[in-house]
Ligand binder design. Structure first.
Ligand code: ZN
Ligand code: FE
Ligand code: FE
Length: 269
C-alpha cells in the first residue's frame, strides 16, 4: 500500500529542525511507504549577498543536500522509499538562473511554490503589514498570475500550497478568475495539485487548497499528491488520515508519487 509524504524539509533548509533520520523514523512510525525531501531551493533569484541561510539551502550546500538524502535512501532502502526533490520558489524573470538548479541533478520531482510577490514574502509572519498596504483581491490576482507564469515554464511536477495567500486568514472578497485559470493551466501542463496539510496548523486552519478548489480540480480530472510541509519531525504525515478521507469524499481515487520526474499513480488507501 502506497502512502507518501512528498513535502518534507531538512536541517539544510535553515528553517527546519531535527535530523534527517528523525524525519524518516517518524515516517516509519506513521506507516508511510514513501517520503520525499523537498528542501527550499537556493535563492537563485537574489544577488549572493542578499541570500539568507534562514530560509533556503545555500547554493554551495546543494550538493551536500543531495549526498545526504542519497545516503539516507541507501540506509533505509528495505523499509521505506526516499525520493529527492526541491521546493522551488518561482520568481518571474529569473528563469535562466532557475534552469541551472533544475539541471543540477536528476531530481525525482520539483514543487512549484510562490512565497514572494514583488519581493514581499507574503507568507512570512514578520511581513504581515503588507496585507494592510495592499488590496486583498489584487494580492490574490497577482499571486495566481505569478503561479500561472511558473506553471507554464514546464520546470515543475506539482503545485505546492495552491492557495497560500489565505495562510493568515485574509480571504478575497470576490471570485478571483485567475484562480480558476490556474486550475486550467494545471491541466494543460499536466501538473499535480498538492494537498498540503500544513494550512491546518496556520491561522487559516484549513488544508491548502480549500475544498472548493479541490472540487474543481477533481472535476477537471487533475491529479493530487500529499504533503505535510514538515519543518519538524513530528509533522511528517500530519493529518494524512483526514486528508485521505477528504480526497475520497471528493471523488479522487489516486494519489501521485514520483521517480526521476515520472509521476506514478497509486490507488488511495
Ligand atoms: Zn520552510
Ligand atoms: Fe512553501
Ligand atoms: Fe515547504
Amino acid at each position: 500500500m502506497f502512502l507518501g509524504d512528498y513535502h518534507i524539509h531538512t536541517p539544510r533548509c535553515g528553517d527546519a529542525r531535527g535530523s534527517y533520520s528523525d524525519y524518516v523514523e517518524e515516517a516509519l512510525r506513521k506507516g508511510l511507504s514513501e517520503i520525499g525531501f523537498s528542501g527550499h531551493c537556493p535563492q537563485y533569484f537574489c544577488p549572493p549577498e542578499e541570500r539568507k541561510r534562514e530560509s533556503a539551502i545555500p547554493e554551495e550546500e546543494l550538493a551536500l543536500y543531495i549526498q545526504e538524502v542519497e545516503s539516507l535512501r541507501e540506509k533505509y532502502r528495505p523499509s521505506i522509499v526516499i525520493r529527492l526533490g526541491l521546493e522551488v520558489d518561482f520568481v518571474p524573470g529569473k528563469e535562466e538562473e532557475l534552469q541551472s538548479i533544475v539541471d543540477f541533478y536528476s531530481w525525482d520531482y520539483l514543487l512549484l511554490s510562490i512565497h514572494y510577490l514583488d519581493r514581499w514574502p507574503f507568507d512570512d509572519p514578520r511581513y504581515l503589514s503588507g496585507y494592510k498596504e495592499r488590496d486583498i483581491n489584487e494580492i490574490y490576482k497577482s499571486y495566481y498570475q505569478t503561479l500561472i507564469t511558473g506553471m507554464k515554464t514546464g520546470f515543475f511536477d506539482a503545485v505546492a500550497h495552491f492557495d497560500l495567500p489565505k495562510k493568515f486568514g485574509f480571504r478575497p472578497t470576490k471570485a478571483i478568475k485567475e484562480e480558476a485559470e490556474a486550475l486550467q493551466v494545471c491541466r494543460e501542463q499536466d501538473l499535480v495539485v498538492e494537498l498540503n496539510t500544513a494550512g491546518r496548523r496556520k491561522p487559516v486552519g484549513e488544508f491548502y487548497p480549500a475544498p472548493s478548489i479541490l472540487t474543481q480540480a477533481q472535476e477537471l480530472g487533475l491529479k493530487v499528491c500529499l504533503g505535510s510541509d514538515a519543518h519538524q519531525p513530528e509533522e511528517v504525515g500530519k493529518d494524512f488520515k483526514e486528508a485521505l478521507a477528504l480526497l475520497r469524499y471528493l471523488g479522487f481515487d489516486h494519489i501521485v508519487g514520483w521517480e526521476k520526474r515520472m509521476a506514478i499513480l497509486y490507488p488511495i488507501p
